[in-house]
Design a protein around this ligand. Structure first.
Ligand code: 2AM
Ligand code: CA
Length: 270
């Protein structure tokens, strides 16, 4: 019963937050940058995170919250129940395009993903899953993923990883781009995970993601048989930034083995 209650509660919080974000389009949005000039945050990111936290702290005081904007708890271990929240994943899209961003939420117990949500606010598409009970897009159950060969696959990858960079061998990534059917880059990691889970993409690759970017999507993806790992092929630890890849079963192996080479000198890439 407990998880059914938390699930209903989380969905209603997400829908309410989505409404607030849609209303914010007609107000003044204040934009700041964080780690670099292109790493954006707005007053809306902060207000939405605070909205979630104040509600969760009131109604589930024993739960912990890991939020991108830092208003939650200082999380050092995954013990207990932790809500991993990105109030707006794809802030650059929120600012520049007013679409292609999402609310991303995963609820974990002792490191195991129990509930996952990705809400495409503008299209009113809620992807969600409960561990062991399948994944859904709004009220439609998502089917199990079928393996697609690379030459029939669409890969979500940012063009910067096809140019020389310090993390991975760009010539290998360029070969991947040539070998697949097509590439896309949507600019919201959580949405790209949702797209892999729903078959709109067949794989998604990123060099550096945080727990709140992937926590919700991992629960959803697991329910449809997608495989996720860091670029070394290890499970993501969800405690700090890591590289990331998710794909349908056979494709994950193929890409990791034949098209990804992490530079040996790049010691800080997990
Ligand atoms: P964000 O918008 O919540 O920051 C952009 O390619 C995707 O990567 C977005 O989902 C973005 O999430 C995420 N991301 C994670 N860390 C990032 C960083 N340091 N700079 C820019 N985007 C980052
Ligand atoms: Ca964010």
């Amino acid at each position: 019963m407990k998880w059914e209650l938390i699930d209903r509660y989380a969905k209603s919080l997400i829908k309410e937050a989505g409404q607030q974000i849609r209303h914010s389009f007609s107000s003044h949005i204040h934009i700041d940058s964080k780690s670099n000039a292109n790493d954006l945050v707005t007053n809306i990111d902060r207000e939405i995170e605070q909205f979630f936290i104040s509600r969760i702290k009131t109604d589930f005081p024993e739960h912990k919250i890991l939020g991108e904007e830092g208003f939650g708890d200082d999380i050092k271990t995954l013990s207990g129940i932790i809500w991993m929240l990105d109030p707006i994943d794809g802030t650059m899209n929120f600012v520049h395009q007013k679409r292609n961003f999402s609310i991303s939420l995963g609820i974990y117990q002792d490191g195991i993903g129990i509930l996952g949500y990705i809400y495409d606010v503008v299209h009113d598409e809620l992807y969600y899953a409960k561990k062991g009970e399948g994944a859904y897009l709004n009220d439609e159950r998502l089917p199990q993923l079928k393996t697609t060969p690379l030459n029939e696959s669409i890969i979500g990858v940012n063009a910067r990883w096809i140019a020389p960079n310090r993390y991975i061998d760009h010539e290998k990534t360029a070969a991947l781009v040539m070998a697949c059917r097509g590439t896309r880059s949507y600019g919201s990691a959580a949405m790209e995970l949702a797209y892999v889970a729903s078959g709109r993409l067949n794989a998604y690759i990123s060099m550096r993601l945080s727990p709140w970017d992937i926590a919700g999507g991992m629960v959803i993806a697991q329910e449809v048989g997608a495989i996720a790992s860091n670029l070394k092929g290890e499970p993501n630890a969800l405690l700090g930034q890591e590289s990331f890849m998710i794909a349908s079963p056979g494709l994950h192996q193929d890409i990791l083995k034949n098209y990804i080479r992490v530079k040996p000198e790049c010691v800080d890439l997990n």
